[in-house]
Structures are given as structure tokens and as C-alpha cells.
Design a protein around this ligand. Structure first.
Ligand code: HEM
Length: 333
């Protein structure tokens, strides 16, 4: 499978999630939701992605991460697009999201192109209860220093398996991480005053050069030192030779006796197996916490929850933006 097409397919899941849900009470997400109303949807996404990737090779990585962050904070509801208002703590301000938000412009571009090609068919899915999300917004999912046990538990909390964990971590085959997120591994791992022993000695030196001790923590380093902008199986080959960038990456291979080691070895030997599992797990991740039927609402503008309606069935008190959604305050995506 062409890696860019794989990413486009994954992002179409985003578009479909952004695109809203049917409102029957037993509604399910449907990958062919726009099959009739907007059959060009996937090719539009692919086209825009191809253009964007040519100009900015890191962008596909940033988009995939944006989707991950949207899904791990209160489900995939495009709430990462919500603007801050007096009643909404926006995911956009969450520290872990800052690096991903560069993807928002492209999402806007995709939305605009889809709306042009298929007027009045695509809108935004949303949830009604935003208030409970505040603490998770501020922590925003698993951390780079998580152990394997913590990673498994963070994924299990979202209904995802160990296989999903290993497959989806393969997204770290491209993109960048800022130094401060892993520099403890280079100088003072677990307060030992020494580097992480599961880090290859030559790679350690390379990273120490890129991220000097007490240097600027926001310097960006490639996740994959071999093919930094390509979605391929090299992430797993890197783990086999102790060249995982984050502790959470290397844990998958270097935790003694772990059931993840066999999966890493399989993907390291077989790119098709990785692609197939990555696609499956992206779909599983795209289904996290999606609200169907009357539990959710389709946002008329992605950046705001809908204006409060007086409805006997839907109590949306306390979740409605006090800002006006009229008057062109925000771009309509
Ligand atoms: C397993 C737990 C995970 C942890 C601990 C983790 C952690 C991180 C961290 C610390 C960064 C660097 C952020 C920055 O510099 O601001 C990052 C970047 C990235 N993550 Fe993850 N991540 C995880 C899972 C995932 C998943 C499931 C995906 C997608 C399926 C993903 C996709 C990415 C991508 C593509 C980047 C690079 C983004 C860019 O360059 O703009 N990560 N991740």
C-alpha cells in the first residue's frame, strides 16, 4: 500500500468523524457515510495531502498526531478544533497539543475543499458534555516517560489493545519530538545521573549533540534517524537496535519478557503486516468515544458548539459557547 494513501485513508476517518453522524438512535460510524453524498471525499483528501507533503514533509505526521490527540481526549469528536470561550477549556491550549496544532490549517483546507465539492453534506461531530474533559484536556494522554505497564493501561482505558499500542506507536516512524520530552534519557535517567541503558551508545552521542544538557529544550529531533519523513517499518528496526527516541518507544522492545517484543519483530520483518495493523488500529482509535444518535450533536461550525436550543430531549445547558457563532468571528470549516 502507498504510505501516503494509507495516511489519506486514516485522515478520511478524521473527515468522517468530523463529518458527523446519522441521528438514528442506534447509529454507528460508517466508513461509507459519504459514499453517495460525496464520493470524491477520499481523493480530495489524498490530493491535498500530496500537495501539502511536497511543500512540508512533516505535515502528514502532524496531522496523524492531531487525530491521536483528538481521540485520546474525550473521544474523537473534533473537539481539538473548538475555540476557547468562557465556558470551554480548549484542547488547543493543552501543552501536549501545541506541537500538533500546525495541522489545523490543513484540516481547514480539506474542509473547505470538501464543502466546495459537496455543498451542505459535511459538518462536524461533537459531544454534549464538555465539562468533564477539563482534567484530561490538561494532561492529554500517555506521556513520553511512560513504562510499558502505564502505556498498556492508558490504551486499555480507551478500549485499545496491546496490538493497537504497538501498531499505533509506529506513527513515530516520522515527525519530530522536542528535546525536553526525552532529555532525561540522555543525562539523568530515572535520577541515576546516567543515560538510559536501553539507548544505543552511538545514537546517544548523536542525540546529546542535538540536545545539549541545559540547552534549548524546544529543538526538534527526528523520530526516525533513517527515513525521517516516511511512514515505513523502520521505527521497529530502530527499536531492535536501541534507537527508539522516547522511553515510551523503546519500552516496547526493551522491557524484558514483554509480549510486545514479538509484535515489534514481526513488523520489523514485514512492512505489509505493519501497514495492515496500522490501518486497523487507526480505525479502532477513530471510533473511541464517538457519540451516536441523540448523545451527540453535529456542529454547524467546527470551532464552536451549537447555539443552545430549547429541547425537551437534549439538555445542553452549560456546554454552549457564549460567543456568537454568527458574524464571521471564526472561519467556517
Ligand atoms: C504510545 C503513546 C504515545 C506517546 C507517549 C507519544 C508521545 C509523543 C511525543 C512526546 C511527541 C513529541 C511532541 C512534541 O515535540 O511536542 C510525539 C509526536 C508525535 N506522535 Fe506520539 N505519542 C504516542 C502515541 C502516538 C500515536 C498513537 C500516534 C498516532 C497514531 C502518534 C503520532 C505522533 C506523531 C506523528 C508525532 C510527530 C508530530 C510532528 O512532528 O508534528 N503518537 N508523540
Amino acid at each position: 500500500m502507498n504510505p501516503l494513501r494509507l495516511i489519506a485513508t486514516a485522515l478520511c476517518c478524521v473527515a468522517i468523524v468530523f463529518g458527523g453522524l446519522t441521528f438514528s438512535s442506534d447509529a454507528q460510524l460508517d466508513p461509507n457515510f459519504y459514499g453517495k453524498t460525496c464520493p470524491q471525499l477520499q481523493s480530495i483528501v489524498y490530493q491535498i495531502l500530496s500537495n501539502v507533503a511536497t511543500k512540508d514533509p512533516r505535515m502528514p505526521a502532524s496531522l496523524i498526531r492531531l487525530h491521536f490527540h483528538d481521540c485520546f481526549v474525550q473521544g474523537c469528536d473534533a473537539s481539538v478544533l473548538l475555540n476557547k470561550t468562557s465556558t470551554i477549556v480548549t484542547e488547543q491550549d493543552a501543552l501536549p497539543n501545541i506541537n500538533s496544532l500546525r495541522g489545523l490549517d490543513v484540516i481547514n483546507q480539506i474542509k473547505t475543499a470538501i464543502e466546495k465539492a459537496c455543498p451542505n453534506t459535511v459538518s462536524c461531530a461533537d459531544i454534549l458534555t464538555l465539562s468533564a474533559g477539563i482534567s484530561s484536556v490538561l494532561t492529554g494522554g500517555p506521556g513520553p516517560s511512560f513504562t510499558l505497564t502505564q502505556l498498556k493501561s492508558a490504551f486499555a482505558d480507551q478500549g485499545l489493545t496491546t496490538l493497537d499500542l504497538v501498531s499505533l506507536s509506529g506513527a513515530h516512524t516520522f515527525g519530530r519530538s522536542r528535546c525536553f520530552l526525552f532529555s532525561d534519557r540522555l543525562y539523568n535517567f530515572s535520577n541515576t545521573g546516567k543515560p538510559d541503558p536501553t539507548l544505543d551508545a552511538t545514537y546517544l552521542k548523536v542525540l546529546q549533540k542535538q540536545c545539549p544538557q541545559n540547552g534549548p529544550g524546544d529543538t526538534r529531533v527526528n523520530f526516525d534517524p533513517t527515513t525521517p519523513d516516511i511512514l515505513d517499518k523502520n521505527y521497529y528496526n530502530n527499536l531492535q537496535v536501541k534507537k527508539g527516541l522516547l522511553q515510551s518507544d523503546q519500552e516496547l522492545f526493551s522491557t524484558p519478557g514483554a509480549d510486545t517484543i514479538g509484535i515489534v519483530n514481526n513488523f520489523a520483518n514485514n512492512q505489509n503486516a505493519f501497514f495492515q495493523n496500522f490501518a486497523n488500529s487507526m480505525i479502532r482509535m477513530g471510533n473511541i468515544g464517538v457519540l451516536t444518535g441523540k448523545k451527540g450533536e453535529i456542529r454547524t461550525q467546527c470551532n464552536f458548539v451549537n447555539k443552545k436550543k430549547k429541547s425537551p430531549e437534549l439538555d445542553i445547558t452549560g456546554v454552549t459557547s457564549t460567543e456568537s457563532i454568527e458574524g464571521g468571528v471564526v472561519s467556517s470549516i
